[in-house]
Design a binder for this molecule. Structure first.
Ligand code: ZN
Length: 483
């Protein structure tokens, strides 16, 4: 027998409503008709609450926490009306989606869904509306949060500070914030700071290990000099766009962690460092050529456009005297011809193994990824997003967009998994893979030899199949790595 739950909430505004006892009776009857029962312990009921004054719902919260467990004790929640299930439509949508992911349905007995194909269409429209509602809602949320920001109230969880009654107060990690600012000011790098604090057991507010991006995020956050950063676009502090023109600053209800002088000095240092970094490391700008972003020197550096008598390529590390001491100069024409020859060689062979002049190493060998594990990891992320939303860290807008992104990833992993688990033996699968590679390689050669195709399009086409082409100067060979 299926075990279900029931939730009762009586509106005191509505005099025509059924009494709690009659609602309970109706829910139990419907559960029985559906082949299950609602035991006493899973009949949840919050007393008559009117309209918006509904913040306190202990039984509702207890029910949700049971339904969110790994193996929920019931797989259905019966309610009289959806509007009784949550305080408002947006909350109802969020909870329903969250529970559905955990295998728990919410069923309204006075608003039954239509059966059959038409019913499933309606369900889909409702789901679509749910998503639309979540997105649309963000306007309201934005306004509300902007108002909160302008009052300097604490909204986002921040490293080294806790939130108490809408204000920030220092916590135990605050000393690490001071350390981060002072160490960076003394010349230590983001990465080194992150590594050192990680080794000391320091974690982000979400319990993750620190990385260099997190260190930068801390250094960029004006909350440590008592200012709240807020974008008029409604982006909360977690967005890492430091030069967003829509950003406004407000005096925050927060103590100062570092001095304004130190903060300003650190900002200037970061800007300077960034400018340096972007000047020398731009593999994807400049003149287009066939193997741009694909050809590498055997030292690991990128082969970049070199102007000589004829269009050529040269190792970027050699150009900048960064550890590559042998000139890897080669004409683009020669590089292109060897590349196409290499592709032809691998089409001619049964397996994509080597040819002495142009060894071809496909990346198709090796273990297939553990798809179940990948999916489980995505699902954990989804749960963290839901938790972050519930805890008020993420806005509904952020939650909706994260959820959409993660679900898309899960679907593509599932597609991949379905492809892998079709009933092929390892040999057959290998043969199918090689056949697939050969067909794609031939199509690529065709594209490369087509004079009507622009060099940018050819470059794009190569990137779909080839991850990199390594130029080995000593024996003048190319190694082609397939994706
Ligand atoms: Zn090199």
């Amino acid at each position: 027998m299926n075990i279900y739950a029931g939730y009762i909430r009586v509106s005191t505004d509505d005099q025509t409503e059924y009494s709690p006892d009659s609602q309970m009776k109706l829910l139990r009857e419907q559960a029985k008709k559906d082949g299950g029962m609602i035991p006493e312990e899973y009949m949840f009921s919050d007393p008559g609450i009117s309209g918006k004054d509904a913040a306190h719902r202990p039984e509702f919260n207890r029910m949700i926490s049971l339904a969110k467990q790994k193996n929920p004790p019931f797989n259905r929640i019966y309610v009289w009306k959806f509007s009784r299930f949550a305080r408002n439509q947006e909350e109802s949508i969020v909870f329903k989606n969250m529970l559905r992911k955990n295998g728990v349905e919410v069923i309204s007995i006075s608003e039954p869904l239509v059966e059959g194909a038409f019913g499933s269409l309606i369900e889909r429209i409702i789901e679509w509306q749910d998503e639309y509602y979540l997105i649309n809602l963000s306007g309201e949320v934005k306004r509300g949060m902007m108002e909160k920001a302008s009052r300097g109230e604490a909204m986002c969880r921040v490293f080294g500070l806790d939130i108490q009654e809408n204000a920030y107060v220092k916590n135990a990690d605050n000393v690490h914030v001071v350390d981060i600012f002072e160490s960076y000011d003394r010349g230590e790098s983001f990465r080194s700071i992150a590594r050192r604090l990680n080794d000391a057991g320091v974690r982000t507010p979400r319990g993750n290990a620190l990385d260099n991006r997190f260190v930068e995020y801390v250094l960029r956050n004006p909350i440590y000099i008592g200012k709240l950063r807020w974008s008029t676009e409604g982006n909360p502090c977690s967005k890492r766009k430091y030069d967003d023109p829509n950003i406004r600053f407000f005096d925050a209800k927060a103590p100062r962690t570092v001095s304004e002088e130190l903060f300003t000095r650190v900002q200037e240092k970061i800007d300077k460092q960034k400018a340096l970094y972007t000047k020398t490391d731009r593999p994807n700008t400049g003149r287009p050529w066939l193997l741009k972003g694909i050809a590498k020197c055997d030292c690991g550096g990128a082969m970049v456009y070199a102007s000589a008598k004829e269009p050529s390529a040269q190792c970027n590390n050699y150009n900048h005297m960064r550890g590559c001491t042998v000139s890897h100069h080669i004409s683009q024409e020669k590089l292109k011809n060897s590349f196409i020859l290499g592709l032809r060689n691998c089409c001619a062979m049964d397996n994509y193994e080597s040819d002495p002049l142009a060894p071809i190493v496909p990346k198709t060998t090796g273990a297939t990824p553990d798809y179940e594990k990948l999916i489980a990891a995505e699902q954990r992320k989804l749960k963290r997003c839901a938790d972050a939303f519930q805890a008020g860290i993420d806005t509904i807008e952020e939650y909706a967009s994260n959820k959409k992104e993660i679900n898309e990833r899960i679907r593509s992993i599932q597609d991949e998994l379905a492809k892998q688990s079709s009933d092929l033996s390892p040999e057959e699968r290998k043969a199918a893979t090689i056949k697939d590679y050969r067909e794609r390689t031939m199509a690529l050669i065709h594209t490369l030899e087509d004079d009507q195709v622009s060099v940018e399009s050819k470059n794009q086409a190569i990137k779909l199949l080839i991850s990199r082409v390594v130029f080995h100067k000593p024996d003048n060979s190319l190694i082609i790595y397939f994706k």
